[in-house]
Every structure is written in structure tokens, then in C-alpha cells.
Design a protein around this ligand. Structure first.
Ligand code: ATP
Ligand code: MG
Length: 393
């Protein structure tokens, strides 16, 4: 058992000593059986939130309405969630209301896929009520129970299926896939924020090609912002270089590039996908730089328009697009720029006002711009005396 699990055992033993059940559940059990590194462990219990709070002196209500209590013990934090069912589904979305129950089976039954419905005891024994272990072995993503019903309850599960196909390189089981194909329009009921998270995980997954094929063939892509009738362009995502994508900005630059969304329309497109303003800004700048770099080499102005991270991202996009790239060379050229922003200029606006004895006005910005360009192309060195002398010429 990995350390993350072992550390949690005393907590679970305490819950058990109080007369309740406690198990490891969800993605961490799946990942440990796959010998994959685990990030967060989920613990499920028959104890109700108030009962958990009575056992442990230090707890935080992080999502008590969903049954989750954070237990602080021995310098660690543990998310403990009460067994629950989600009885009333409305509008094809996960319900806001959950019902706490005492039975593990009830809890596992409402989980999305058999591979995510495994539980593990504190002694490492696997509880497998839905043949999750054999599906893990067969590399299958299969809905718990009737796929059709499960996707009707919560349509996001369909996006989760194609996301896991990419992350795990698993096949989506036949009936499960047929249900997704049929019910894909229900994705329209799901918030873009939640679809966004799954799409990014899909495209950052190890087996992007498999995930993309499932996403497009299942028709799920048809119900995503800006993807209607774009199957051919989206399938180009399977022609990328087989390397991991390390940052979300790279995903969006590549999507915009393949969908031929230009800089003018890219802001609107990304807003629909609910990206943060900062990420939109980065995506736009890098997209512009990529388009330039596909034809030209870097030059001083192009480098100066970016920051260091954006230069790295641009070269990374070129790499993923299987185009000639050289991140090292681009970075050293960037670092060799005499200045990286107006702030680096050795004279400030107030220096100029003082020195030229003029009132502030439009001339000020123009003069600073002129100095900035002169420094960038090495017409003058970035020292106060040189810059003032340059102006006097
Ligand atoms: P990851 O590695 O991305 O964390 P995960 O399987 O742990 O994958 P989470 O979103 O962390 O996914 O959810 C934890 C568990 O909760 C899942 O393994 C699954 O059992 C259950 N679950 C999550 N979302 C849903 C859903 N929409 N419908 C049903 N069960 C879900
Ligand atoms: Mg998880």
C-alpha cells in the first residue's frame, strides 16, 4: 500500500472503533491497482458528518451538505465523505441534494464507472461489487448499472468517460459507448465550466488520440462551444506529435489553430469556454506568435512583445504541432534582449519631464516609445546618460 494510504489508516481505525465503517474509495483505489501515482485519496464512511465531528477534535466543514468533512490529524488533512445516494436527479445534472446512507453498496452504486466503484479496506482488501477489477484488467470504461440511466442522471459522466479513455488508454465498453452516442445532446444541460475541466484533462491525457476519437465519434464534441460541425478539424488533434502537453494555454492555442480561429475571434471563443481573462490573454499572444513562427524566425520585436513564459509556450506549441522549434535558442535570444519591458528603460517619464523641462503631454509616451525601440535595436545603450544624449541629437 502506498504511504498516502498507510498514513490515513489510524484515522479510519478511529472511525471503526466508534462503530462505523470506513473505506478507501474512488480514483485512488483505481490508480493504486493500476500502479499509477495517486494524488488525492478519498475516504468514505457510514458515519454521518455530525458523527465524524464527534470523533475528531479538529475538523472543518468543507462540503458538509455533500457529506464531506475535513479531519485534521497528525499534521495531515483527510477528506471523509459519508456514504450517500443521489436520489433525485433533475435536468440531467448531478443533484444538489444528497441522501446519507449507512450502506457501502448504495454509495458505490451511484458512482460513474465500475473502475471508479471499487473500495479498499484498511487491510488492503478490495471490495468489488460491480466487476470493476476485471474491467480494470480488461482496460474497459463501463458504466455502473445501465449506462443509459446513468447518463440520463448526470450527463457530465459522458465527458468523464472520454476523459478517462485518454488518461488511462482504456476502451469505452460497447453499451456504454452506444449510450453516449445516443445521449450526447444531453451535454447541453451541463455547465461549460465542468465540460471545460474534462476537455482539458482529456487533451492533457497520455492517450490524447484515443480520447479525441471517442469525443468526436460519440458526437459529444457537437455539443461543445464552437465545435459544432468541426469534426474534421478536431480530428487533427490526433495528428499531433506524441508528447505530453504541459500547460492548459498550449491546449487552447492548438485548438484555436486547428479550428482556424484567428486572433480576432479567439477571445470570443475562449470566453464561451469560460477561460479566465489571464488565460485568454496568454492564449491570444501565443497564438499570434505561433502563426508568425510558422513562417519566420524570431525577431527582436516579436520576442519583446512576449514574456519569458509565452516564449516557452510558443516553442512548445510548435513542438506539439510537429514543426521546427528550438526553445533553448528562443529563450537565450529573449534573455539577451537589452530590455524586457518599458520598466527596464534606464529613464522614466519623470526623468524626461525634469530633464526636458516640459509639461507632461502626448510627447512623453511618444518619446519613451522612441527610446524603447532605439534600445531594442541597439541604436543606443540602456544608460541614462546615453539615452538623454540620444534625445538631444
Ligand atoms: P481523478 O484522478 O481525476 O481525481 P477520480 O476518479 O478520482 O479521478 P474525481 O472527480 O476525483 O475522479 O471523483 C472521485 C470519485 O467520485 C470517482 O472515482 C467516482 O467514483 C465518483 N464520481 C465523481 N464524479 C462523478 C459523477 N459525475 N458521477 C458519479 N460518480 C462520480
Ligand atoms: Mg480524484
Amino acid at each position: 500500500m502506498p504511504n498516502e494510504f498507510i498514513e490515513a489508516i489510524p484515522i479510519m481505525e478511529q472511525i471503526k472503533a466508534a462503530g462505523f465503517e470506513a473505506y478507501f474509495v474512488g480514483g485512488s483505489v483505481r490508480d493504486v491497482l493500476l500502479n499509477k501515482p495517486i494524488h488525492d485519496i478519498d475516504i468514505a464512511t457510514s458515519a454521518f458528518p455530525e458523527e465524524i465531528k464527534a470523533i475528531f477534535p479538529h475538523t472543518i466543514d468543507v462540503g458538509i451538505e455533500h457529506g464531506t468533512v475535513l479531519v485534521l490529524a497528525e499534521g495531515n488533512e483527510y477528506e471523509i465523505t459519508t456514504f450517500r445516494t443521489e436520489s433525485t436527479y433533475q435536468d440531467y445534472r448531478r443533484p444538489d441534494e444528497v441522501v446519507f446512507v449507512r450502506s457501502l453498496e448504495e454509495d458505490l452504486k451511484r458512482r460513474d464507472f465500475t473502475i471508479n466503484a471499487l473500495a479498499m479496506t484498511t487491510s488492503g482488501e478490495i471490495i468489488d461489487l460491480f466487476e470493476g477489477a476485471s474491467d480494470l484488467e480488461a482496460h474497459l470504461i463501463k458504466a455502473v448499472g445501465l449506462a443509459h440511466e446513468r447518463f440520463n442522471e448526470d450527463a457530465l459522466r459522458m465527458m468523464r468517460a472520454v476523459r478517462f479513455a485518454s488518461q488511462l488508454d482504456f476502451e469505452i465498453e460497447e453499451d456504454t459507448f452506444a449510450a453516449i452516442k445516443e445521449l450526447s445532446p444531453l451535454l447541453q444541460h451541463i455547465s461549460i465550466e465542468r465540460i471545460h475541466i474534462e476537455l482539458v484533462k482529456l487533451l492533457m491525457g497520455k492517450n490524447r488520440d484515443r480520447g479525441v476519437l471517442a469525443f468526436v465519434e460519440s458526437q459529444l464534441s457537437q455539443y461543445c462551444p464552437g465545435f459544432k460541425d468541426k469534426a474534421d478539424s478536431l480530428l487533427k488533434l490526433t495528428d499531433l506529435a506524441p508528447i505530453d502537453i504541459k500547460s492548459e494555454a498550449v491546449i487552447w492555442v492548438i485548438v484555436c489553430y486547428l479550428l482556424e480561429i484567428d486572433e480576432n475571434n479567439c477571445g470570443m471563443f475562449l470566453k464561451k469556454w469560460k477561460l479566465s481573462n489571464k488565460l485568454i490573454e496568454t492564449t491570444k499572444k501565443v497564438l499570434l506568435a505561433v502563426r508568425y513562427r510558422l513562417i519566420h524566425q524570431w525577431n527582436v520585436e516579436r520576442l519583446y512583445a512576449l514574456n519569458e513564459e509565452q516564449v516557452i509556450l510558443t516553442e512548445h506549441v510548435l513542438q506539439v504541432l510537429a514543426q521546427p522549434h528550438d526553445c533553448k535558442q528562443a529563450l537565450s535570444a529573449y534573455r539577451a534582449l537589452p530590455i524586457h519591458s518599458l520598466k527596464d528603460l534606464a529613464v522614466s517619464g519623470s526623468d524626461l519631464i525634469k530633464h526636458l523641462e516640459q509639461q507632461p503631454g502626448p510627447w512623453l509616451g511618444e518619446t519613451l516609445k522612441e527610446l524603447e525601440s532605439a534600445v531594442l535595436i541597439n541604436n543606443v545603450s540602456n544608460e541614462k546618460a546615453s539615452l538623454l544624449a540620444y534625445l538631444a541629437q
